[in-house]
Ligand binder design. Structure first.
Ligand SMILES: Nc1ncnc2c1ncn2[C@@H]1O[C@H](COP(=O)(O)OP(=O)(O)O)[C@@H](O)[C@H]1O
Ligand SMILES: [Mg+2]
Length: 388
């Protein structure tokens, strides 16, 4: 998915009944509530999205309004809401290049999904295949210390090594208060709460570049400097907007996700092409990985199933750690990746600052992450987004 937020977007809401959405599903957008006549004089720059309450407006007036929209050179995407929509209205809607219908009553999340889907489709139509391909993978640890940050960094640096582009890969550390990706990479996060807040609404690729730190060739890092209050001070809309612009700018966006649920967590996971849950080989971690995956599957039934990555696999001649087969039994599913244990390489890279593949290129961790990335790339559907 390319769209995650409506922050700063201009939305024309046709029907007074839609006004409360400005404080709900459309929060952050610039919402203009009007009656159907407004569609007759709409100019392209006035609305990036049109929402219509088909039940609240007179059908004949709406049909005339929709015909006027269809006559515009590039009509904005239009979403019709309602429970009892006349067939004529649906036909008028079908003359628009990008439109959808959502049956009421609906939940706020359903409305947002319908809107983001519509915005994605509109952009695909405007910029056909090949303009810009972007993938977003989120990495989350089942328990603290499982290795999520380590694996997110290795995946990002592996992808960066494969790209010739300057802005090929972006690692986004969403552990806003005390993320460790910057320290592991030996750089300082530049996405300060005080600076991001005021510009979030008009964030674009150029502004985002001011917050990104080059961490390696082809790899930029978006991370906050340490700030215990950051989670409370960065709005949900700002977080989603950062991801949206990152996906428009970079070919790959890797997200180091916090384990604990935030107001934006489910949206981030729903917008990710892959969700990787990193577990270590202990029973509590495996049970937590299973529970986390099940929670995400329940909350996001239409999204791809999270993939489980077992980390710090040791060759098990002796010792009490579960085997991969035992781990998969506890998980009640197959693991999608397994990364060997190599404390020496992990510690060397963390202490020197930089990815393991830079300091210990022969480490088994590097080899295993490469296998994981290759499998994910082979499976990942390409997404077309706006041309960079
Ligand atoms: N495959 C591995 N082999 C050895 N040590 C690892 C491995 N993966 C991670 N580590 C180490 O485990 C510790 C926790 O890793 P980290 O990535 O910070 O976990 P998380 O982000 O899930 O809290 C770090 O010291 C890291 O160097
Ligand atoms: Mg971490």
């Amino acid at each position: 998915m390319t769209h995650w937020s409506l922050l700063g977007r201009r939305v024309l809401a046709v029907g007074d009944s839609l006004a409360p959405l400005a404080r709900g599903a459309l929060f952050g957008a610039v919402v203009d509530v009007a009656d159907p006549d407004r569609l007759l004089e709409l100019r392209p720059e006035q609305a990036e999205l049109v929402l219509i309450d088909g039940d609240a407006c007179e059908a004949a007036a709406l049909m005339v309004g929709l015909a006027a929209l269809a006559a515009m050179p590039q009509p904005p995407p239009t979403l019709l809401l309602g429970a009892h929509l006349p067939a004529g209205l649906a036909r008028a809607l079908m003359r628009l290049p990008c439109s959808d219908v959502l049956e009421s009553p609906f939940e706020s999340e359903q409305l947002q999904q319908a809107i983001f889907g519509l915005l994605d489709r509109t952009e695909e139509q405007a910029h056909p295949i090949g303009s810009h391909v972007s993938r977003c993978w989120s990495v989350v640890g089942a328990v603290g210390g499982a290795g999520a940050t380590t694996i997110a960094i290795e995946i990002a640096s592996m992808l960066a090594a494969q790209t010739a582009k300057e802005r090929g890969v972006c690692l986004v550390d969403l552990n806003l208060a005390d993320g460790s990706a910057a320290a592991y990479l030996g750089v300082t996060g530049q996405m300060s709460v005080a600076q991001l807040g005021p510009v979030a609404e008009r964030l674009d690729a150029a502004l985002l570049a001011a917050f990104a730190v080059p961490a390696a060739k082809g790899l930029d890092l978006l991370a906050c400097p340490r700030d215990p209050l950051a989670f409370d001070q960065i709005s949900r809309e700002a977080v989603l907007r950062v991801l949206e612009i990152a996906c428009e700018t970079y070919d790959h966006v890797i997200v180091d996700m916090p384990r604990h649920r935030r107001s934006w967590s489910l949206e981030v996971l729903a917008g990710s092409d892959e969700v990787l849950v990193v577990s270590e080989l202990t029973v509590p971690a495996l049970l937590a990985a299973r529970a986390f995956s099940e929670e995400v599957e329940r909350a996001l039934p239409g999204s791809p199933r999270p993939r489980i990555v077992l980390n710090r696999l040791a060759s098990r001649l002796f010792g009490p750690a579960p085997s991969t087969a035992e781990a998969e039994k506890a998980l009640e599913r197959k693991a999608d990746g397994a990364i060997s244990s190599d404390w020496d390489a992990a510690a060397a890279s963390a202490n020197l600052g930089g990815p393991i593949r830079q300091h210990r290129p022969k480490s088994k961790i590097v080899r295993d992450v490469q296998g994981l990335v290759e499998r994910l790339l082979a499976r990942a559907p390409l997404q077309t987004t706006r041309a960079a």
